[in-house]
Design a protein around this ligand. Structure first.
Ligand SMILES: *Cc1c(COP(=O)(O)O)cnc(C)c1O
Length: 434
């Protein structure tokens, strides 16, 4: 009798906890079943799990998005001191005001204003826990609009796809043109946009492409977005990390043509992604957004989110003011040296084609000449075998929407990068068709 009751109890409890009835599923299995590409994190854990444990060489990571562990990319001592001072003051142990400390919002507004032909006000700045949180705020506000969709680049930054997927927001991918320095194919933006398209995401400098768009190109994109009635979401998390022909130009320069949401953070330019501080800035001199519910939704989202740490917020004005050109130019010099090397070394590997030498950010996309390789099925297979045979970790292009391409991160000490590329070459030669 007792056991029967216990069984009944168990059954009703199982019914109660609805998540118990969900099939247990590894990410890989469920993505395969749904024909969804592997996520970046999923791919990285799979690749790192495939390195040969008896090979005693060090792993060479060329798939990361965080160079902070490497000596050449160590954060500025001035930035660290600013955080210590803010913490030690004991003035920032409490909650910050909604949307962020006003002194910090003002400092970010002034910082962004330097690059645009008008004044950004502190009220246009919302502090977030990194750029990722700003992306989430923007996408959740768009997803609120019934039947809406957004345009993302291909190759993509997969976080946008993942967040849109979570909120049930439809995405469409416009092309980036490899033969034109990965410029935006404006024709494909026009073809994809319809009455329900709310925004187009522009990532500049580019992840994963390493491209840096010219003033002219950004202006053309702004004009096209205006014609289509699209908000531009400008992901500028690699702002000012440029080392090629074009200077960095903010999309918000064209805000008189089209409203722009600028998303960024301290993570990449200051190389402190673990500090989790970023911002969303609305630039809308014509007041298009102000009339909409959109900003209200962003505010509502941020009100229910956890705020970035108050003492980190408090350190931002001093970080912006004190971290000097010397720090940035040191990082950029290393990145430029790395970009030169990766381009030259790949030119020596006929199994890989590199259409464009990166001019910004810390990534590039290269194409695998898969038909020249023996027994390698696709980009994921290439990366799995490379991890196993050579202990080099590279991201399969399919995780960013480009099958049989690779995304290489070059932000690492130059000698380590050189060694990694040498191993890639040896790997290709070993797996080449006779
Ligand atoms: C790293 C990255 C982000 C996220 O930045 P966090 O500040 O670390 O959240 C957003 N967009 C792109 C393109 C990135 O590469």
């Amino acid at each position: 009798m007792l056991t029967e009751t216990a069984m009944e109890d168990n059954q009703s409890i199982n019914k109660l906890w609805k998540f118990n009835t969900l099939e247990e599923n590894t990410e890989l299995q469920s993505r395969k079943k749904n024909k969804k590409p592997l996520t970046v994190r999923g791919a990285l854990s799979m690749l790192n799990g495939n390195v040969n444990p008896i090979d005693n060489r060090t792993v060479i990571p060329l798939a990361h998005g965080d160079p902070s562990p490497f000596d050449s990319f160590r954060a500025s001592a001035d930035a660290e001191d600013s955080v210590v001072t803010a913490l030690r003051s004991a003035s920032f142990n409490g909650y910050a005001t909604t949307f962020g400390l006003s002194s910090t919002r003002k400092a970010v507004a002034n910082y962004v204003s330097k690059d645009v032909p008008y004044k950004v006000s502190a009220d246009d700045v919302y502090l977030t826990s990194g750029c990722k949180h700003a992306i989430q705020a923007a996408i959740s506000a768009i997803a609120f609009i019934p039947n809406s969709n957004i345009l993302l680049p291909k190759p993509t930054f997969a976080l946008y796809d993942a967040i849109a997927d979570f909120y049930g927001l439809q995405v469409r991918h416009y092309n980036l043109l490899q033969e034109r320095n990965w410029e935006i194919d404006i024709g494909s933006v026009q073809d994809l946009a319809d009455d329900n398209t709310v925004a187009v995401v522009v990532i500049n400098p580019g992840n994963p492409t390493g491209s840096v768009y010219s003033y002219q190109h950004l202006q053309n994109v702004a004009k096209a977005a205006r014609k289509l009635g699209l908000l531009v979401i400008a992901d500028e998390v690699y702002e000012h990390i440029v080392f090629g022909r074009n200077p960095f130009v903010r999309m918000a320069v064209f805000a008189s043509l089209v409203p722009v949401l600028t998303l960024s953070s301290l993570s990449k330019r200051w190389i402190v992604p673990g500090w989790r501080i970023g911002w969303l800035v609305t630039t809308d001199p014509n007041g298009v957004l102000q009339k909409s519910q959109f900003i209200e939704r962003i505010k509502a989202f941020l009100i229910i989110s956890s705020e970035p740490s108050t003492f980190i917020q408090a350190a931002v004005p001093e970080i912006i003011e004190k971290v000097d050109k010397e720090f940035f130019s040191k990082c950029i010099n290393v990145l430029q040296q790395d970009a030169d090397m990766v381009f030259d070394k790949l030119a020596d590997i006929p199994y890989i084609t590199c259409p464009y030498k990166p001019e910004g950010s810390m990534f590039l996309m290269v194409k695998l000449n898969i038909s020249m390789l023996d027994g390698i099925q696709d980009d994921t297979d290439f990366c799995m075998k490379l991890a196993n045979q050579e202990k080099v970790i590279i991201l399969p292009g399919s995780t960013v929407g480009m099958e049989n391409w690779l995304r290489i991160t070059f932000a690492i000490e130059p000698p380590v990068l050189e060694e990694g590329l040498e191993r890639v070459k040896v790997f290709c030669q070993r797996n080449a068709k006779a």
